[in-house]
Design a protein around this ligand. Structure first.
Ligand code: AMP
Length: 190
């Protein structure tokens, strides 16, 4: 099954994507994790993107599209998390998946308000020490989500593939909602 998971920072997207991937034996393709690993490795890519992540800005589309292309070609089923974040990225993804004959089966949207998202991210900043979870950086990331990623949500809504899920419950409650949302979706029939 090929699942795209969308939602603002703090919606629990990463947690749910990891869980879904391990329960269903799918690849978890998380662009934020890939970029943080590149930074930790000190690779060329890591050096280039580090200041961008620290500001909470978005990495340029062309770089992200190349990065994701390499990953998706190798994956069977997957949960895609953190990409696409802009309409050009979404267009590139759709074209790429059509080209390799692996269209998405479903697009899940985890819905949470900005206040809940901000609270959760502040908690994560304390626990995990992610530098991009500092308050002013969080505000920038949420602003970019509304400005650039919400049009991506609307694009998938218009295509009829979007399944909204209430993301404000506990991890287990949201997981249950996702499972019932997926019950109606059959893989590989599109
Ligand atoms: P995440 O862990 O998904 O919140 O991603 C952390 C950071 O990585 C984001 O704030 C961006 O700077 C960068 N990033 C991750 N995915 C993308 C993407 N698809 N497009 C642009 N930047 C991205």
């Amino acid at each position: 099954m090929r699942i795209l998971i969308l939602g603002p920072q703090g919606s629990g997207k990463g947690t749910q994507a990891k869980r879904l991937a391990s329960e269903r034996a799918l690849g978890h393709v998380a662009t934020g994790d890939i970029l943080r690993a590149a930074i930790a490795d000190g690779s060329d890519l890591g050096r280039r993107v580090r200041p961008i992540l620290e500001r909470g800005d978005l990495v340029p589309d062309d770089l992200m599209i190349e990065l994701i292309r390499e990953r998706l070609v190798d994956e069977g089923g997957f949960v895609l998390d953190g990409f696409p974040r802009t309409v050009p990225q979404a267009e590139a993804l759709d074209a790429m998946l059509a080209e390799i004959g692996k269209p998405l089966d479903v697009v899940l949207l985890l819905e949470v308000g900005d206040d809940v998202a901000t609270q959760r991210l502040a908690g994560r900043a304390e626990q995990e020490g992610r530098t991009d979870d500092a308050p002013e950086v969080i505000a920038n990331r949420l602003r970019l989500y509304h400005e650039l990623t919400e049009p991506v949500v609307e694009r998938y809504r218009a295509s009829g593939m979007l399944v909204p899920v209430d993301g404000e419950g506990t991890v287990d409650e949201v997981a249950e909602e996702i499972e019932s949302a997926l019950t109606g979706v059959r893989a590989g029939y599109r």
